[in-house]
Design a protein around this ligand. Structure first.
Ligand code: FAD
Length: 459
């Protein structure tokens, strides 16, 4: 490892996919003297447990362009760095249970097509041919994106880190930024557990910790963590390795093939916030306890969409925190409150399924369960506990008997994440939970706006 620096042009805080992508792209752009600091180990924040869905269907042109670029990057990163990324271009299906949803899908597909993304509308029968274990008799239609895929976010992070190192970036793990130094409204450096570094630019890529780091220097970063859950099943008949990713926004759920079984997760309409005040520094590779009650609405909808789950064992229940902005848009760019202080926050962005957040068709969220356990559990313990239980027996084991709503729900209204306006008070309760998300490592070139992209008026 190189000697710890006392000076750098850029200090990136956080070694998740966002920080490593920023480092990689700065190196590609020829920036010298870039240092990345990670308080734990690379990808140990939220990136390591991301499901790894990569979808280009987005509500805004910029986001579609960004994710399309990500698919191109992931497909060549392994050849460039020698590290596998798990990228597989398996295509994706987004299905519609209602005419209204189909209109949204068609509209997003048309927009994506206009930007050169291959995307076509399918009948339910055509969708079923691509995903034979899916029930289709209740569908209105679907859209198909052959260029979409899946990847392993932790591996992508390592590959980006290697690419960054190859370009001269110095990366220090187990090094926490304890404060940001400022003078006359400008960043001047950081204090760390290994000593101070003076810097022209500090990039806050601290994931779910970004809000508290920003707040320490008066910068608003409205990112809040909620528990996000998925299951992985035992092997299933009819699940080949190249099964497309499937999203069912009306049921809040997504599916992806995982070792011959299905990974199924989603975004329940009533989110469960986690540690809304302070995120512990040592929450590394952490997991949260299973919550089958919270998961029930997703499980019920998954059984509607893939009835074979009824007889399939659940191998893993994964619950990890994941941060969200109130409008689900990314926060990218220089903070207006502090010169030289940039933020790169990519909350899970479930907008991808329908090109618009499910919140566009969902009632506003109310956060009903606050707090939650801080104890982390290891994946292996979870696997042992879940193994051998079928999805239906897990379902029966739960006590809550909430009915799963079907597609017709009252409409919500879009909200806007703004640097200046949202304030540290934007509560998780104001966040809206949408459907499926997509990994998109943002390039610094895309950090143009100091304001997250405001949603358009609903049409
Ligand atoms: C269960 C689950 C499934 C998901 N599925 C998907 C998916 O399919 N597709 C998708 O696009 N997204 C998905 N996501 C979301 C995705 O994981 C996140 O959007 C992404 O990982 C955020 O990356 P990040 O680099 O911003 O944050 P993180 O990965 O959390 O990285 C931030 C890093 O900053 C470090 N840090 C914080 N403070 C400091 C400090 N003061 N000093 C030094 N280091 C610090 C932390 O230790 C951490 O490693 C999923 C998330 C979860 C939980």
């Amino acid at each position: 490892m190189s000697t710890f620096p006392t000076q750098a042009r850029v200090v990136i805080v956080g070694g998740g996919i966002m920080g490593c992508s920023t480092a990689y792209h700065l190196a590609k752009l020829g920036w010298k003297d870039v240092v990345l600091l990670e308080q734990g180990r690379l990808s140990g924040g939220t990136t390591w447990h991301a499901a790894g869905l990569v979808g280009q269907l987005r509500s805004y042109q910029n986001l579609t362009r960004l994710i399309r670029y990500s698919t191109e990057l992931y497909s060549k990163l392994e050849a460039e760095t020698g590290l596998a990324t798990g990228w597989k271009q398996c295509g994706s299906l987004s299905v519609a249970r209602t005419e209204e949803r189909m209109v949204l899908l068609r509209r997003s597909a048309a927009m994506a097509n206009a930007q050169g993304v291959d995307c076509e509308a399918l009948t339910p029968k055509q969708a079923g041919e691509k995903y034979p274990i899916m029930r289709t008799d209740d569908l209105v239609g679907a859209v198909w994106l052959p260029g979409d895929g899946k990847a392993n976010p932790a591996d992508i992070t390592q590959a980006l880190a290697r690419g960054a190192r190859n370009g001269g970036v110095r990366i220090f793990e187990k090094t926490r930024v304890t404060s940001v130094d400022t003078k006359d409204g400008c960043v001047t450096g950081v204090q760390t557990t290994e000593g101070p570094i003076t810097a022209e630019i500090v990039v806050n890529c601290a994931g779910q910790w970004a809000r508290q780091l920003g707040r320490s220097v008066g910068v608003t970063v409205p990112l809040y963590s909620c528990e996000h859950m998925y299951i992985v099943t035992e092997k299933m008949e009819g699940v080949p390795r190249d099964l497309p990713v499937m999203r069912d926004p009306d049921g809040y759920i997504y599916f992806k093939e995982e070792v011959g079984g299905l990974l199924m997760g989603g975004f329940e309409p009533e989110a469960k916030p986690w540690n809304k005040d302070i995120i512990p520094d040592d929450f590394e590779f952490g997991m949260l306890p299973d919550d089958w009650d919270q998961f029930q609405i997703l499980m019920d909808n998954a059984l509607i969409r893939v009835p074979a789950l009824e007889k399939t064992g659940v191998k893993t229940f994964m619950n990890g925190p994941e941060s969200f902005t109130p409008d689900l848009n990314y926060i990218l760019g220089e903070a207006p409150q502090l010169k030289g202080f940039f933020v790169g926050a990519c909350p899970a962005s479930p907008r991808s399924i329908c090109g618009r957040s499910t919140s566009a068709a969902s009632p506003p969220l109310t956060a009903t369960t606050s707090g939650c356990a801080s104890a982390s559990r290891r994946r292996s313990a979870c696997i042992t506990r879940c193994r051998g239980r079928s999805a239906s027996s897990n379902r029966r084991a739960r006590c809550a008997a909430r009915r799963c709503p079907t597609a017709s729900r009252p409409e919500g209204r879009g909200s806007v994440t703004r640097w200046a306006g949202s304030g540290p008070t934007g509560s998780p309760g104001s966040a809206r939970r949408p459907t499926c998300s997509t990994a998109g490592a943002a390039a610094p070139g895309s950090m143009r706006s100091h304001q997250s992209i405001a949603p358009r008026a609903r049409t």
